[in-house]
Every structure is written in C-alpha cells, then in structure tokens.
Design a protein around this ligand. Structure first.
Ligand SMILES: Cc1cc2nc3c(=O)[nH]c(=O)nc-3n(C[C@H](O)[C@H](O)[C@H](O)COP(=O)(O)OP(=O)(O)OC[C@H]3O[C@@H](n4cnc5c(N)ncnc54)[C@H](O)[C@@H]3O)c2cc1C
Length: 265
C-alpha cells in the first residue's frame, strides 16, 4: 500500500493556487485546494466538478470547465506534471465515445443559469411545469455570483417587515428610477420591474428559504430605505440555496450546454 500526498502550485485567474493530490496505489483519490484567491462562488463549483471528472476518469486529461478554462487548464497541467514528478503512474479509465446529440422533452426550457434563469425555473416548477435549464458555463450563477445580493424589496412582505412598513411603494420606486436615470429609462420596463420585484422577493424567499435583512448600504439616491440583502452579503448564497431547492423539486440542470437549437414543436 503506497499513499502519497503530492503538493503543487498552479496560476489561477487571481493568483497562485496551492493544491494537493492524494494518490493511493497509483489511484487518484482526491484533489484538495490548500490556498487560493479566486472568486469563491465560482471556484468552489468549478473545483467540485473538476475533481469529480479527474477521479472518475483517473486522469488529468479531462475537459476544462468552460467559464474557467484558463484556470482549470493550468491546474490540470500542473497536477499532471506534479504526479509524474512524484513517480506515480496513473491508469486512466478508457474513455467512452461521447454522444453527439441528445433530445429532451420539457414544458419549459430555460437558457442561462444566472438569477433570472434560476428564479424563472423556480416559478415554472412551482406551477407544476417540467423544467430544463441549460447553462453554457460549467457552473451556475453567471454574473450574479459576483454580486452582493443587494436588491430593492419594494412591495414585498419581506421588506414591509424589515423596514417596519415604511410606506415604500412601486410608484415611489418608479419615480426614483426615472429621476436618477434622467428620464432615459424605458417606462414599460420600469413599470414591470417595480410591480414585480416585491412578489418575486416574497416568492423566492419562501421557495428557497432565503432570509433577507436590511442591507448595510442603502443607496442614498433612493427617496426611502428599501435595499435588502442576504446575511452573507453575497449572491453565492442565493445561487447555492436556490439551486438546492430546485434540485429537491426535481428539475434537470444541464451545465456546460449552450442553448443554441431549440425545436418548439
Ligand atoms: C461585481 C458585480 C456586482 C453587482 N452587484 C449588484 C447588486 O448588489 N445588486 C444588484 O441588483 N445587481 C448587482 N449586479 C448586477 C447583477 O449581478 C446582474 O444584473 C444580474 O446578475 C443579471 O442576472 P442574469 O440572470 O440576467 O444574468 P447572469 O447572472 O449573467 O446569467 C446569465 C447566464 O446565462 C448563461 N448563458 C448565456 N448565453 C447562454 C447560452 N447560449 N446557452 C446557455 N447559457 C447561456 C451565462 O453563462 C450566465 O450564466 C452586480 C454585477 C456585478 C458584475
């Protein structure tokens, strides 16, 4: 029985990534990240997926994760070299031929796994629809994962409680948007947003067990306090909790698939 813990370094997007590969009898057992300065929300999902592929295929010659291609490529190359330098010869599992096309049937197809797509998926599922979501990146969250989760809660029961019924209204929010954008906003879109953000916040809070609170930062340009945020002040929490709720309710999530050809027949 020979167990080895092989450490190495790879250049990530934001700096050096320190990692450890655990090998037992020439079998890759684990990939541990010891230190990194990447964006945690994206990085954790990417590493989970990459690790799973490496262990399943017993190889570092696996696909990079789209959306994090350069970082995963650097990590795979470095780990491959480190393992070879440690005198370990891994035995890759023979690759199966990949199917070129696959057909799916669904009631609702959502393209894009950012907050808009995820909330739409939750809503459709709650209405009894079968949902498939495709996401071109190897992780969910899109640009959303980078934001601080700070949103306006106007019109929601959640905000009414947080701000002790401070009399905020959709009309006040619409006026603030129009004034601050120097009337360059699209009134129809503003109208849609101000009347739906409240019900959307109430819906998703209940669906995914989110606990919004008063945001640390209140936008001074707004005529009233109305910003709410999640306890972690990060939408990584939003993505994690919402996707977990979706999984519990039986959705299909196809990451690393780009929505290109849709037959609506
Ligand atoms: C640093 C930062 C901080 C921010 N802070 C805040 C804030 O505090 N409050 C706030 O309200 N807003 C904030 N924003 C803006 C907010 O994050 C975005 O408006 C919001 O995330 C957009 O959500 P979305 O779902 O529309 O898009 P995204 O989250 O970008 O999701 C779109 C998804 O679609 C996928 N996709 C695209 N094309 C395809 C295809 N053909 N096939 C499959 N998948 C596809 C993308 O990969 C992506 O995952 C911030 C933005 C940034 C970058």
């Amino acid at each position: 029985m020979s167990k080895k813990q092989i450490t190495g370094q790879a250049m990530g997007h934001n700096g050096i990534i320190n990692y450890e590969v655990d090998v037992q009898d020439n079998k890759i057992e684990d990939l541990k990240i010891l230190k990194h300065s990447e964006t945690s929300g994206i990085f954790n999902q990417v590493i989970d997926k990459l690790k799973q592929n490496i262990i399943t295929e017993q190889s570092f010659d696996v696909d990079t994760i789209s959306g994090a291609t350069v970082m995963t490529q650097a990590l795979l190359k470095s780990a491959d070299q480190a393992v070879a330098d440690a005198g370990v010869t891994v035995h890759p599992v023979p690759k199966k031929a990949k199917p070129q096309t696959k057909n799916y049937r669904t009631d609702v197809l959502i393209i894009g796994g950012g907050e808009a797509g995820l909330v739409a998926g939750c809503r459709a599922l709650s209405m009894g629809q079968k949902v498939i979501l495709v996401e071109k990146n190897g992780y969910l969250g899109g640009a959303t994962i980078l934001n601080g989760s700070n949103v306006v809660g106007t019109g929601s029961d959640v905000s009414a409680q947080i701000f002790d019924n401070n009399h905020d209204t959709p009309e006040m929010l619409a006026q603030d948007v129009a004034r601050e954008s120097l009337e360059t906003n699209y009134p129809a879109l503003t109208d849609l947003m101000v009347h739906n953000i409240g019900p959307a916040i109430d819906f998703i809070s209940k669906f995914a067990d989110l606990h919004y609170q008063k945001a640390q930062t209140q936008t001074p340009e707004h005529s009233i306090n109305r910003q709410i945020e999640l306890p972690s002040a990060s939408s990584y929490e939003f993505i994690q909790k919402v996707s977990k709720s979706l999984c519990c309710r039986g959705w299909s999530n196809l990451t690393r698939h780009a929505g290109r050809k849709v037959d609506a027949g």
